[in-house]
Ligand binder design. Structure first.
Ligand code: SGN
Ligand code: CA
Length: 553
C-alpha cells in the first residue's frame, strides 16, 4: 500500500528527474578545474550508531553482532580510529556535517530548532557545480530539505518511524508500508539505477533512522540476537561519585527507559499488553501481520521475564540484554542496506570512481554508566563511526589515528569534487590524511560543546577539550563543575581527578588549550574558561531572579 502522492512521486518524479532537480536552482554546470573525472559520493549515515557496535572497530560487541558490510568499507579503504562529533546530538551534528561549522556558528545548537535550509551546504555546492544530488531518509533539521539545494529527496517525517513510516517528498506526504531501513535503501538504489550512468558525477545521502530509539528491528531480525548474552559494561551500575552532572541525567537503562515503548516488556505472562508506552503510534501503525510477527517473537522472553522473580539487579541486567537485542537487531538491517549499496556499486562498474562513507550523527551509550542515549562528552557518545573507501586513492585497510571531527566532512567532499575551499568552514579536508601524509599542523586537540538543557534526558550544558589521553570538561548552568580524566589510566571515565594535586599541571595546560580552541573556533557561548564556578552559579541565580524565579520555587 503506497499512498497516492508517494506513488505519483515515484512514477513521475523519478522518471522526470531532471525536472525535479530544476527547483534547486541548478543551471549549467560551473566549470571545474582539472580533467580527471570527479568522483561520485555515497554518504551513508545512521542515527545513534555506537562505534562499539561495529565489528571493524574490533569491539567485544562487534564479535557477537558483526557488521560485515560496514566492515567491507573499512577493508576497502580507511577506518578512522579517532573520529569525534562536535556536539553529540542529531540536529546540531547534521547541520555541522552539511556546513563544516560548529553548532554556535551554524546556529543549530539544540534539537527542536529549525535549520535554515537556505544556508550554505556542501551538497548544494556540488549540485550547482554539475553533480546529480539526492537525499533519502532522515533529515530532521526541518520539515523537509526544501530549499537546501538537493536535487531529489524523499525524507522521513521528523525522527522517522521504523514501520510503515510517513515519507515526505516535494509532492506531499504519505505512509509507505514496509521497514524504514529497507524503504530508504530501495529509494536510494532506484535513484542510483536511474542517475548513476548519466554522464555527470553523483552525490547521494542515505540517512537511516536506525538504530535510534525506540529500537525496533525488522521482522527478519527480531529474533537475531535473542539468547545472545552481551557483556555487561563494568560501569553499568555506576555510582557517579564526583560527577554530579552524570548523576543528574535521565537516561538510565534500568530507571528511565520506557518498559513498554523502548523495551517492549509486557505486563504479565501470556499478555501482549505493553508496560509504559507513551507513544503508542510506533506500534499502532504496524499491520496486524507485522505486530503478530514482532511481538510473537518477543513473547517467550517476555513471559519468562514476567514469570521470574527477579532481584532489582537481575532485572537491570535483563533490561540491558533486551536493549542490546533490539538495538543490534536494528543495526543488522542498516548493515544489510550497506551491503546492498556496495553490491550495487560493484556491479554498476562505478566502484572505482566512487567515494563511500559510513558514519553516524553521533555515538551512543550501550550500557556504559548505566545509560542509553548520548549528549555527554564521555567517550562512547563523543566518538562516532567513520569509514571511507575510494579505490585507487585510499589504500585498503588504512587506519587513521589522527583526530578527525564531523566539521571535516564538508571540506573533504569539496576537495574531492575539486571545488574551492570555503572560508566559513571550520574543519579541514581529510584528503592528505587518508593519503597517509597528514599536514604537519593537523589538530592534536578536539573541541566539544553541548547545549540542550533543559531537554530530554536532562544532560547539562558543557564544553571541553580532548587532547590525546586527557580530557577536560566544564559543565555549566544549574550544575557547575569541572571534570578531568586521564583516559590512559581511567578509560571508562569513572574518576574525576579535577581536584587531584598531581593532575594540576596538566589541567592548567588543558585550560590554556581550551581557551585557545574557544578563540580559534570563535565560541563565546557559555561561561569563559577563567570564570570561576561561584561566579557562574551566581550569574545563573541572578538571571533566574530577574526572570521571576526564586530558589525556593
Ligand atoms: C527523541 C528520543 C530521545 C532522544 C532524542 C534526540 N525519544 O526525543 O531519547 O534523545 O530523540 O535524538 S523518543 O522516545 O521519542 O525516540 S536525536 O538523535 O534526534 O538527537
Ligand atoms: Ca542521533
Amino acid at each position: 500500500m503506497i499512498r497516492q502522492a508517494f506513488a505519483a512521486y515515484l512514477a513521475v518524479g523519478f522518471a522526470l528527474s531532471g525536472c525535479i532537480a530544476a527547483p534547486t536552482g541548478r543551471t549549467a554546470a560551473a566549470p571545474v578545474a582539472g580533467d580527471e573525472k570527479r568522483p561520485n559520493i555515497i554518504f551513508i549515515m545512521s542515527d545513534d550508531h555506537a562505534q562499539t557496535a561495529i565489528s571493524a572497530y574490533g569491539t567485544e560487541i562487534g564479535k557477537l553482532a558483526p557488521t560485515p558490510n560496514i566492515d567491507r568499507i573499512a577493508a576497502n579503504g580507511a577506518l578512522f580510529e579517532n573520529s569525534y562529533v562536535t556536539n553529540s546530538l542529531c540536529g546540531p551534528s547534521r547541520a555541522t556535517m552539511l556546513t563544516g561549522q560548529f553548532s554556535h556558528l551554524h546556529g543549530f545548537t539544540k534539537n527542536g530548532q529549525k535549520f535554515d535550509n537556505s544556508s550554505w551546504n556542501w551538497v548544494r555546492e556540488l549540485d550547482q557545480s554539475g553533480y546529480r544530488t539526492a537525499l533519502f531518509g532522515k533529515w530532521h533539521l526541518n520539515y523537509s530539505p526544501e530549499g537546501a539545494g538537493i536535487g531529489e529527496w524523499a525524507v522521513l517525517d521528523d525522527q522517522g518511524k521504523y514501520y510503515n513510516p510517513d515519507i515526505i517528498t516535494p509532492t506531499g506526504r504519505s505512509v509507505v508500508e514496509g521497514y524504514a531501513s529497507d524503504i530508504v535503501t530501495d529509494l536510494s538504489i532506484e535513484w542510483l539505477d536511474k542517475n548513476a550512468d548519466a554522464g555527470e558525477p553523483f552525490a547521494i545521502l542515505i540517512h537511516h533512522k536506525a538504530p535510534h530509539r525506540n529500537f525496533m528491528p525488522a521482522i527478519r531480525h527480531v529474533q537475531k540476537y535473542l539468547g545472545t548474552e552481551f557483556p555487561v559494561p563494568t560501569n553499568y551500575f555506576d555510582h557517579y561519585d564526583g560527577r554530579p552532572a552524570a548523576g543528574a541525567q535521565e537516561m538510565n537503562i534500568y530507571r528511565d527507559m520506557y518498559e513498554g515503548h523502548d523495551l517492549k516488556m509486557t505486563t504479565e505472562v501470556g499478555s501482549r499488553e505493553l508496560r509504559f508506552n507513551p507513544w503508542a503510534d510506533d506500534f499502532d501503525r504496524m499491520t496486524e501481520a507485522q505486530r503478530e510477527a514482532y511481538f510473537g517473537a518477543l513473547q517467550p522472553g517476555n513471559d519468562a521475564m514476567n514469570a521470574a522473580d527477579m532481584s532489582e539487579r537481575d532485572m537491570a541486567i535483563w533490561k540491558y540484554q533486551r536493549y542490546m537485542n533490539e538495538y543490534l537487531g536494528t543495526v543488522a538491517a542498516v548493515d544489510d542496506s550497506v551491503g546492498r549499496v556496495l553490491d550495487w556499486l560493484e556491479t554498476s562498474g562505478q566502484a572505482e570512481n566512487t567515494i563511500v562513507v559510513y558514519t553516524s550523527d553521533q555515538g551512543f551509550y550501550l550500557g556504559e554508566h548505566g545509560w542509553f542515549d548520548k549528549r555527554f562528552m564521555y567517550e562512547e557518545s563523543l566518538r562516532t563511526p567513520f569509514v571511507m573507501q575510494y579505490p585507487g586513492h585510499i589504500a585498503p585497510g588504512t587506519r587513521i589515528s589522527v583526530p578527525v571531527q564531523n566539521v571535516d566532512y564538508a571540506p573533504t567532499f569539496l576537495d574531492y569534487a575539486r571545488l574551492p575551499e570555503r572560508e566559513t568552514i571550520q574543519g579541514r579536508s581529510l584528503r592528505d590524511v587518508v593519503d597517509g601524509t597528514p599536514p604537519t599542523d593537523w589538530r592534536d586537540d578536539i573541541y566539544y560543546h553541548y547545549y540542550e538543557y533543559p531537554g530530554f534526558h536532562a544532560v547539562r550544558a558543557h564544553y571541553g577539550v580532548k587532547s590525546g589521553r586527557y580530557k577536560l570538561m566544564r559543565f555549566y548552568g544549574d550544575i557547575n563543575q569541572w571534570e578531568f580524566y586521564d583516559l590512559a589510566t581511567d578509560p571508562t571515565e569513572m574518576r574525576n581527578r579535577i581536584d587531584d594535586p598531581a593532575a594540576q599541571p596538566v589541567i592548567a595546560q588543558l585550560k590554556v588549550t581550551l581557551e585557545r580552541l574557544r578563540t580559534k573556533y570563535r565560541d563565546s557561548d557559555g561561561p569563559a574558561v577563567r570564570d570561576p564556578l561561584w561566579a557562574v552559579a551566581k550569574g545563573q541565580r541572578d538571571a533566574e531572579a530577574a526572570a521571576g524565579h526564586h530558589a525556593e520555587d
